[in-house]
Structures are given as structure tokens and as C-alpha cells.
Design a protein around this ligand. Sequence first.
Ligand code: SF4
Length: 459
Amino acid sequence: MATHIPDSPKVGMVSLGCPKALVDSERILTRLRADGYAMSADYAGADVVLVNTCGFLDSAKEESLAAIGEAIAENGRVIVTGCMGNEAEAIRARFPAVLAVTGAHQYEAVVEAVHEAAPPSRGPFIDLIPQPSETDIKLTPRHYSYLKISEGCNHACAFCIIPQLRGGLVSRRIDAVLREAEKLVAAGTRELLVISQDTSAYGVDTRHESREWHGHQVRAHMTDLARELGQLRTPQGAAPWVRLHYVYPYPHVDAVIPLMADGLLTPYLDIPFQHAAPSVLRAMKRPANEAKVLERLKSWRAICPDIAIRSSFVVGFPGETEADFQYLLDWLDEAQLDRVGAFRFEPVAGAPANDLPGAVPEAVKEERYARIMAKTEAISAAKLAAKVGRTLPVIIDEVGEPDEDGDIGATGRSQADAPEIDGQVLLRNVPATLAPGDIVEILVEDADEHDLFGVITRG
Ligand code: SF4
């Protein structure tokens, strides 16, 4: 007699917000998959839809609410999770049909809500089916992966509500982080992106507790983590690219620069400076702002000339004067950062900055935004132009279809470009065998303000 194995219930996922939220979505899906759920790529095929929200800026909240509304209209059975989960009442008031609302990182609660909304099918052979490992469900392409090392933050930046939303710093065990990284690399990841709210503070909450890793002790500390990640090897024996994001310039950051010079770490640092004028930084209550950053940048470049520094800045913060803003522009001239994102200050409900005096009029914010963009684009264009004629390693993200002449183009990134936030390298005439995740050597033939253009010299 044939045994009927029931169909698995299907879960749809809408993931909004930052890469950190994406990592949460991946974890939730991994857990659900282990419980016998299947994934649905569209609303129609899903028994229940999870919306992982972002509640950082008011504009992100609006986007999250719109996504919840769309999921209800299209499917009707919706569970909300993520940062906006902390505003359960407001969500329920607007969408009474929502089945459940859970906060950020409450994996158990989300999984329970899904179990209630669409009970898992338990066929007689279900336990014989191999369960996927923690790294099996990935929303990011296989060749790069975000590696989250901690949750929360111990700072109190005036414009930010992350500590209220997510609580204080909680670091993951170093051996757990390294095990996850090792599995990812064994499964095909060629680039690891280390993320957290404050990567340089990793392990502060656990007093940098040591754990055994492959026969020796390693501390929960950014330098140890970076050194160990740099020793990982893909099944083909290649070193993966390892990028550090959200690093504050505490003095110990100096220790990772030699690792970059030695090729253990990708020569790239994402440091969210947010401003340069001392009075604005003080008002923002930014961590590590006392460091003599320009001198440090100079010394880092002396050790590792190819280091790319990315940063983000806020213009129009309350109390920012024209002199403060000009200070920032002059500082940027000196700092010569490789990649810059700029934002106009936007009040976030619940953030202390909203009560600060000296609100900057919208028109002035716009004008300053245009000026900082023009400045940073000019710096970026000059830095990229200086790369024309050089050969660089590039990781391939996407390979196109042949055009009418049979030529195939591809897009990739140099070591100076993190996925989704930085520039790209556009390649012409690539071989048909090229695949995402391949790391090739290219000759840079041209450049604009953001991107490089080139051709492969070695596959
Ligand atoms: S460092 Fe500041 S901006 Fe970053 S999460 Fe912590 S409080 Fe927010």
C-alpha cells in the first residue's frame, strides 16, 4: 500500500530593511525548513506570509506598513516580525487581520506563530528526510554571505533608536561564529560580510571570552575573529574575501590593518563616521569620535595602500551650522574616502535628537546634501580614474546573456566594493563559462563616478 506523505505547508517571506534583517529572515526560514515547511516564491502559493519589517526611519516604517497591507490584500494570512514588531499595537490597529506580531530576533515566537497559522505536516517518514544545516536557506546569493556576530548596541547615538529596539550588545560565541563561517565557505561562499551594530565592540559584553577553536583558544574579539576568518579556505583551496562592516575607529582597529596588508582580510573598512565637526559629533553622541581620524587614515594607508574606506554621513543634524558643514567638506577633502553614502537628517520617532534645538530647514538640508554628494562624487571619480590601467581581482555577481554579436557582459565587484552599497565593475566579452562567485583578474579600461569598466585578463 502506498503511504501518503502530506504536502508541506508553504511559507512566503517579504524581507525589508538592512542586511542584518536579511540575516534574521534567513535564520527564520532555516528553522522553518527544518520543521518541514516549504518556501513559496509568491503570495498565491503561500499558506502564510511572513513580513520581516524595518522600523528604523519613519520612511522605512511606511514601507513596512505598505508591505504588510500588500501581503494582507494578496494573501490574507500574515505574520509580522522584525524591528516594527515592537509597535504591535499600532500594527494591529491598522491591520486587525494580522495573525501575529513578534519583535526582532524572536525566532522562537515567529516559528510558533507559523506553526499555529499553518501546522507542520508530519508524514511517517519525515524524520528520515535529511534536515538542512543552519546555512541551507540563504536569501543572499550563494557566493556572498552576511555573518552576524552580535545583536544590539551599548551606545546612545542621539539619532538612533536601535538600542531601544534591540537592547544592549549581546555577542555571539566566537566558536559559533567561526563554525557558521566555516560551513558557509564549505558550501560555496566566496565572500563573508561581517555585520553587527558595532563590530569593533565585539566581545566587550563577554569580556572577550575565549573558546576552543581547532585546538587553540580564540577570544571573542574583532582582531582574533578577523585572523581566524582569514585562514578559512574554500573547497578549492582559495581564501574567501572577508569584509568588516560597521567598524568604529577605536584604537584596536589599527591591529586589523596589517592583516589586510598580509592578504588575510579584504582591504576594506566600513566606518560610519556620520560627521566630522567636533560639535556635531558631540551632539550626536557618537562613539570613538575623539580619535584623531585623519592621522589614523594616513597611517592605515601607509601600511596597506589599497585599503578602501567606506563611510556614511548625516547632513542637517539639529544645530549643524554652515561652518560645521564646511568643516565636514574640508575634512572629506583630506580624508579622501573611497565610498560615501550621505543622508539628510530625518527625525526618528523616539530618538533623543528630535528634542535638540537648532532644527535645520529642509531647503538647507537639501542644499547641503547636494553639496556633499558633488564633493564625494568628485573624490570617487578621481580615485576610480586612478585605477584605469591597473589589474585587479574582481568577484563576479552576474553573467548576462549573449547580445546579437554573441558578446557576453558580466557585473562584478572589486575588493573596494561591498555588495548592494558600493560600486560595480562592468566587464565586456567574458567567457560563457564564467559564473557568479568566480574571482578573476581584470584590466581596468575606464571609470566613472561610481563604477569601473574592464576586461578579464586571467580567469
Ligand atoms: S552605534 Fe549609535 S547609531 Fe549605531 S546602533 Fe549604536 S546607537 Fe545606533
